[in-house]
Write a protein that binds this ligand. Sequence first.
Ligand SMILES: [Fe+2]
Length: 374
Amino acid sequence: MDQNPTPIPEPRHKPNPNPNPIATPTATPPDILRCAYMDIVVTDLAKSREFYVDILGLVVTEENENEIYLRSFEEFIHHNLVLRKGPVAAVAAFSYRVRAPEDLDRAVEFYTELGCRVERRAEGFTKGIGDSVRVEDPLGFPYEFFHDVEHVERLAWRYDLYGPGALVRLDHFNQVTPDVPRARGYMEDLGFRVTEDIQDDDGVTYAAWMRRKSTVHDTAMTGGNGPRMHHVAFSTHEKHNILYICDKLGALRKSDLIERGPGRHGVSNAFYLYLLDPDGHRVEIYTQDYYTGDPDNPVVTWDVHDNQRRDWWGNPVVPSWYTEASLVLDLDGNPQPIVEREEPSEMAVTVGADGFSYTREGDVAKGFKLGDTL
Ligand SMILES: [Fe+2]
């Protein structure tokens, strides 16, 4: 069986200047299948359990006094989310599953050539997962790769257990990094392909979405002070499942957990809702984006001033969504220092007196909601 990554033609998109690239390794990258789980540190495990289990209904695979291992209803690997009790709320790992055990050797070679710190544990870093490689990647993010994993019951047919807001899959991560073209180049070297991005006419890239599996993304790079974690996203089957979650939060008098939405994205075309967990980690509930698996999948580039890019209905993006994000940890468990973005911020160029957005390009008399409401 051919275990090398399938060659994908170069994507077609608007030129994306990258004046500060990370050198491309000569080593073959690991063949990544998909984003698989996020390992996060929370400060109050009981409060986090209430949010993720009692309210959102994620399935507990295993738990003890220090950790809770959670999965979505259609998952068959041990977990999609680890809640780990600790002193500082942060992300310990963005974890990807690779196609074969040999891909872990490739990950070691790839990141060693990049000069990154690399740690490999045959017994894994979490329960339920075997041989794993963790790295501090060139952008400062803790990335993990694994293949061997304990299979657990896929609850897809267990409608006796489903709630109306059931979370069925882990869909993607979203990362905040100062230099999006630099991040994009490195991720393309790692085998990811860009599906959509946001740019302006001056050649600034504000965000880029990139995939391994055949959806819009496994992770996105959002321009901002970083490295930080913007959000982790779980899928529901349909839009009404997201509306149920909103109704439930209202009924529980916890509507203040809703940061943004519900709405439909322009980018990705998905229906969305953003929630904040008890530590301020952002969780997106997401459904119904589109298939991207053909090698010539067209790249969609959005104008940063298009008021429908972030919300298809033109509703405003709350400022906290642009500014707030979670710390990420190095491999010793210490928060990574934050580097400021030097290029213009998406919030600054689109919101308020200094920014502008349009609903119809060229229509300046009327057509934006953002500047009016914030
Ligand atoms: Fe997202």
